[in-house]
Design a binder for this molecule. Structure first.
Ligand code: B12
Ligand code: SF4
Length: 547
């Protein structure tokens, strides 16, 4: 074992970040950690989604464990927490090395290093080799700051050296992802404790050929999409199933399907490999996967129809908006008719569609919101959260630069980014909707549990046809489908009503929310109760090897 002890930290989410109650690992630090553990370093992973430690306690924990180097991947929503930890550590142990990595640190590296003198290193881009070279170098210097000429040799590294800031050359992307060791799974046991919606993360490819103006992926990976071999991917799937008993996976790929024929061939090869090993028959596999809408076209239907066989049942599509004006702003490179085609094909095979939306941005007007509301209604996923999605302006994106140039950013630093709306009525509407949603989100989360259960039950239904509770299950499926439709239209009507009120520059009455809530609960409560009962009773569904 080498002497240098490293701790890699994933900061918890200070506010609720997504409507779905997913609990996950943190694959970035697990990949980087795996690389250095394989090289003989002592690594501790701390994932604050699972550890019940406050900032003070983390500092104590790191000091108690005599950690020499601490690595964190903050986003701007928890940058302040990262700085508190780093400050606290440096005060008590001035020779501890501090290092940041990940998208946010990559794009703000110069600004962060200039303003935060307690941060020693920032790893830009993919971290595995850069971080390994850095820790090897520090180890070779017996834990003291290496000389400048050696630090300058590490591509992808930015650092401070006696007050001066240096940015080394960019590191080339890792071409062969199969050469990376599998990520370490230290927190997976804790994911299990979180229950039904907990999933291990799995990264099968990196990058995306898309060029969306709000997304940091194109710049981070130069629009290059690279995939592991399906053999290597399915080895990891099998490994996680056999070691931990998980059969559900959350794919972190920005674009699992790649582009055109190459993408199709890749998806096909993963399906083939799963089938070859008979994993789909042995286990009840379930995957959450992000794919661009254009993959779901007639040309690819021969592959898509195999999705349910291997558990590709939960597909996230970043629609963002249905308005051509918004799609043009987002440079999505896709159109509403393509979305409709994708929805039609996915519905045909009973695959759950999770929509990604960004309906509020500085240029949003009432007509774009109406177009989006109609699209969301027709999607028939009854989550109210879809009406509350606002643009998150990320450094390193073209939209960030555009808003900066047009003086629409009120705050724009590595700790806080905020934009203003061109139409103040839209801003008021957004504030109203998000304030309301903060009190209502718990229902959306619970409803998502029902939607998730419904998808799985529908897939499982074919396999349990002979069971006694067949009638009970089909009645539940019918009832929930009806309720989903009714809730979808209730959400739509409520949103449109509010929209009309703000358009006239008026304020909604308190009564409006009350009425909506009452009607909502009348529809929601019976299916939620029934879901809870069935979930308890149906042993087959609850078994870890089931879903
Ligand atoms: C899964 C996911 C989530 C999950 C789980 C997060 C988790 N537990 O890790 C949830 C839903 C909770 C989530 C939340 C958020 N997410 Co998110 N998420 C992702 C997603 C899809 C996958 C992350 C992943 O595992 N990637 C695979 C690994 C291997 O890649 P990686 O993380 O980039 O790690 C590599 C390098 O970045 C670097 N590295 C990463 N960490 C570290 C740490 C150190 C010390 C070092 C040296 C190197 C290093 O080395 C790694 C290996 O090469 C990415 C998109 C993507 N495909 O990466 C977005 C992404 C990371 N998320 C993003 C955002 C914006 C958020 C939120 C702020 C959203 C919100 N509305 O609040 C929050 C922030 C949460 C937080 N606490 O930081 C952005 C970040 C952009 C930016 N500029 O910061 C991304 C890139 C999506 C995008 N393209 O816009 N997210
Ligand atoms: S398709 Fe998704 S991952 Fe690709 S650039 Fe657009 S938003 Fe980013």
């Amino acid at each position: 074992m080498k002497k240098l002890k490293c701790s890699l930290l994933f900061l918890y989410n200070p506010k609720k970040i997504s409507p779905q109650p997913y609990y996950t690992e943190s694959l970035g630090i697990q990949y980087v950690g795996s690389m250095i553990r394989k090289a003989g370093f002592d690594v501790k992973i701390i994932n604050l989604d699972f550890e019940k430690l406050n900032l003070e306690e983390i500092i104590k924990y790191i000091l108690k464990n005599r950690i020499d180097l601490v690595g964190i991947a903050p986003s701007y929503i928890n940058m302040k927490d990262a700085l508190i930890i780093i400050d606290g550590l440096k005060k008590k142990k001035s020779d501890i090395f501090t290092c940041l990595g990940g998208h946010h640190a990559t794009f703000c590296c110069d600004e962060i290093l200039k303003n935060e003198d307690k941060i020693d290193f920032i790893i830009r881009g993919e971290g595995e080799y850069t971080f390994l070279e850095l820790v090897e170098l520090i180890e070779s210097r017996n834990g003291i700051m290496p000389p400048l000429n050696l630090l300058k040799n590490i591509n992808g590294l930015s650092f401070r050296f006696y007050g001066e800031i240096y940015h080394n050359h960019k590191r080339d992307l890792i071409l062969n992802l199969d050469e990376l060791p599998f990520p370490i799974r230290d927190s997976l046991e804790k994911v299990i404790e979180k229950g039904q919606h907990a999933m291990p993360l799995l990264c099968t490819s990196r990058g995306c050929h898309g060029n969306c103006s709000f997304c940091s992926t194109p710049e981070f990976f130069n629009r290059k999409w690279r995939a592991r071999s399906s053999y290597n991917v399915v080895n990891e799937i099998q490994d996680v199933i056999e070691k931990f008993g998980f059969t559900q996976f959350y794919l972190t790929d920005d674009q699992f399907a790649g582009k055109g024929k190459t993408g199709k061939a890749y998806v096909e090869s993963v399906i083939r490999e799963i089938k070859k090993r008979n994993l789909h028959e042995k286990y009840n596999l379930y995957f959450f996967i992000m794919i661009r809408a254009d993959f779901f076209c007639e040309e690819n239907e021969d592959v898509i129809k195999q999705f349910p066989d291997v558990g590709f049942l939960d597909i996230f599509i970043g629609f963002e908006s249905a308005s051509s004006m918004q799609l043009n702003l987002y440079k999505k490179g896709l159109t509403e008719p393509q979305y409709q085609k994708a929805i039609e094909i996915l519905r045909k095979y009973d695959i759950l569609i999770e929509g990604g939306f960004i309906i509020f941005n500085p240029y949003t007007d009432f007509s774009t919101l109406r177009e989006d509301a109609i699209f969301i209604k027709n999607l028939e996923i009854p989550l109210f959260g879809y009406y509350t999605k606002e643009l998150m302006v990320l450094p390193g994106t073209r939209l960030y630069k555009k808003l900066l140039d047009e003086k629409l950013l009120v705050y724009h630093n590595y700790k806080r980014i905020e934009f203003k709306y061109l139409d103040i009525r839209i801003e008021k509407l957004f504030q109203y909707i998000s304030k309301f949603f903060a009190t209502f989100e718990k229902f959306d989360n619970k409803l998502f549990e029902v939607i998730d259960f419904h998808t799985k039950l529908k897939a499982a239904y074919k396999k349990i046809l002979n069971q006694n509770n067949r009638e009970e299950i089909s009645s539940f499926l019918r009832k929930t489908e009806k309720a989903f439709k009714e809730i979808t239209s209730l959400n739509f009507l409520f949103f449109i009503k509010i929209l009309e009120i703000f358009e006239m520059d008026k304020n909604p009455s308190v009564d409006l929310q009350k009425k909506f809530r009452n009607k909502y609960l009348q529809l929601f409560q019976p299916i939620y109760n029934e879901y809870q009962r069935l979930n308890r009773d149906l042993e087959i569904i609850r078994s870890p090897n089931y879903f």
